[in-house]
Design a protein around this ligand. Structure first.
Ligand code: ZN
Length: 195
C-alpha cells in the first residue's frame, strides 16, 4: 500500500516543514497545536475529545543492488522527480522489519531478485522528518520486471551513473559511499545527516 502523494519521498520542502494534522483522527474535529501537560513540544491536540496526535519520523528503506561492477537504478514513473533515477526505496510498512521492507521495495520497483547484505547507510533527513536506510544487496540474476512506479530499471557502471539526474540526496550520497568503499576494497556502515 502507498501513502498519498503528500507524503511521498522528497515531497516536503527543503526548509523545516513538519507535517500538519488538521483534524482529529478519532472524532474529526479541528485540531490545534499546543504543548500538552507533561510534554515539551507542540502536538496536534483535539479540542473536542482531547486526543493528542504524536508524529514521528518516517522510515524510508531501500537497497543498492549490485551485479558485478554495476549497480541497479530505477527511473521514476511517479512524482516527485518523475523521470529521474533512484535506488529502489520506499516507505516502511507497519508489520514488517526494516530489512524486509527494503527487500519488498526492491522487488516492487525493479522486480529484481536480490539477497540482502549488510546495512550500508543510515541517513537522517531531519527537515523532511525521515530516516533513510539502505542495504547493499547482491543481485541473484539480471531479470528485471519494473513495477508501475518505475519507467525503466537498468544496470550502470560507475562511469555511466547519471549523477545529474539522481532524484534524492540520500541516494546520491549512498552511491558515492558505495563507489568510494569499493575502490577502497572495504565496505563499512555510513551514518550522516542530509540538509
Ligand atoms: Zn477528537
Amino acid at each position: 500500500m502507498r501513502r498519498g502523494l503528500s507524503l511521498r519521498l522528497g515531497t516536503l520542502p527543503s526548509m523545516f516543514a513538519p507535517r500538519r494534522i488538521q483534524h482529529c483522527r478519532v472524532c474529526g474535529t479541528a485540531t490545534a497545536y499546543r504543548v500538552p501537560a507533561d510534554d515539551n513540544r507542540e502536538r496536534a491536540v483535539c479540542g473536542a475529545c482531547g486526543e493528542i496526535h504524536y508524529e514521528n519520523p518516517i522510515n524510508v528503506v531501500g537497497t543498492v543492488p549490485v551485479w558485478g561492477d554495476q549497480v541497479l537504478l530505477c527511473r521514476r514513473n511517479i512524482e516527485p522527480r518523475h523521470g529521474m533515477w533512484t535506488l529502489p526505496a520506499g516507505f516502511l510498512e507497519l508489520g514488517e522489519t526494516v530489512s524486509a521492507g527494503a527487500l519488498r521495495e526492491t522487488e516492487e520497483e525493479a522486480g529484481a531478485h536480490v539477497q540482502l547484505q549488510e546495512l550500508f547507510t543510515v541517513l537522517d533527513v531531519v527537515r523532511a522528518g525521515q530516516l533513510h536506510l539502505f542495504w547493499r544487496a547482491r543481485m541473484l540474476d539480471t531479470h528485471l520486471a519494473p513495477g508501475p512506479e518505475t519507467i525503466e530499471a537498468r544496470l550502470f557502471r560507475e562511469d555511466e551513473v547519471p549523477w545529474e539526474q539522481i532524484a534524492f540526496r540520500t541516494v546520491r550520497q549512498t552511491l558515492e559511499h558505495f563507489f568510494a568503499d569499493r575502490r577502497a576494497g572495504r565496505f563499512e556502515l555510513h551514518t550522516g545527516q542530509i540538509g
